[in-house]
Design a binder for this molecule. Sequence first.
Ligand SMILES: Nc1ncnc2c1ncn2[C@@H]1O[C@H](COP(=O)(O)OP(=O)(O)OP(=O)(O)O)[C@@H](O)[C@H]1O
Length: 355
Amino acid sequence: MADTGLQISNVDHSYEDKQVLHNVNFDVPDGKVVALLGPSGCGKSTILRAIAGLITPDRGRISLQGRDLTKVQVRNRKLGMVFQNFALFSHMTVAENVAYGLAHLPRQERRERVSRLLELVRLTAFANRFPPSLSGGQQQRVAVARALATDPSALLMDEPFGALDRALRSELQAELVRMQDDVGITTVMVTHDQEEAQAVAGQLVVMNEGRVEQVGSPEEIYDHPASLFVNGFIGHANQQHATVTGAGRLRTADGSEIAMNRTLNYLPGAEVIVTSRPEDLSLSLTEQPGAIAARFDRAVVMGRFLTIDAKLPDGTAIKAQVLRDGGPRPGKGDAIWLIPDTSRLHVFPGNNQIN
Ligand SMILES: Nc1ncnc2c1ncn2[C@@H]1O[C@H](COP(=O)(O)OP(=O)(O)OP(=O)(O)O)[C@@H](O)[C@H]1O
């Protein structure tokens, strides 16, 4: 069988006359997890619905292992699904819930498969319990086991841990990663939680307003964001308006000169937005060449780090994260200088609105 996984190619979709997906393209390699990530309403669930066959896209192709799914009926797509509301049958035991789609199998085989799946999701001891007596996390593990029971070709998960508290979420994320190491099932997971996406998926698909902004590994996306939107959505990005003054040189709106350590793809005079990550700024209480002048507002201790909130002269907020040990501690209203690691600054066209 061709090793082509799940492919979404040139998919458009409209609800009534409103187009909500615009030329969506991405692949999920066989046995890998891809997370669809983006703000509310950007079209993540719509893509999942199109893969599941619950809606038919206006245009484009969705294929699994080389087979075009577009014309295949929902029940013949062989997909496992896990949604935010667990949708378990409360009058059936955990084992019966998992066995639900397996009525066609001989009894012994069914039993063996259920017990293997319960082992996989670590719920063997709960086989005879009823869902209402389980915790949210346990119920969601039953839902995962049930989705896997029919040996699906791919797994679709829509905010599967969305209803759970933070600690449970991260426990289940770790479980999912462990389970994937065991069974390696091609999975598309929708989440609006960037930490969750980074924790479980090898590849992220970052979406905005129905368009794919970037596809890549968590590192690629963090280190080389393709757009200002991605830069600010994955992690924090400080933004400053600037003008290109020469090869690799910028002047920010408040007059700071920044010498980049690389040439920029912009002509002198171009209006740009330069962004910095908080952890790529270091703090000084004296003026430094190439440093961003700011006024200290407050600092919050985060373990070994200090998260600094400051203001640029035009009032724009800027954040820095520095090591706490022995570093300077300014007071509210003090002038500070934030020295950027220029190799890690990003520059984007300036016609975007700063938000
Ligand atoms: N059945 C529908 N009829 C009309 N518009 C819809 C329908 N379902 C979704 N939409 C619209 O399509 C757009 C994309 O919705 P979708 O549910 O795919 O977004 P999402 O990224 O999954 O959002 P969320 O994170 O809030 O679940 C939104 O503007 C939404 O209002």
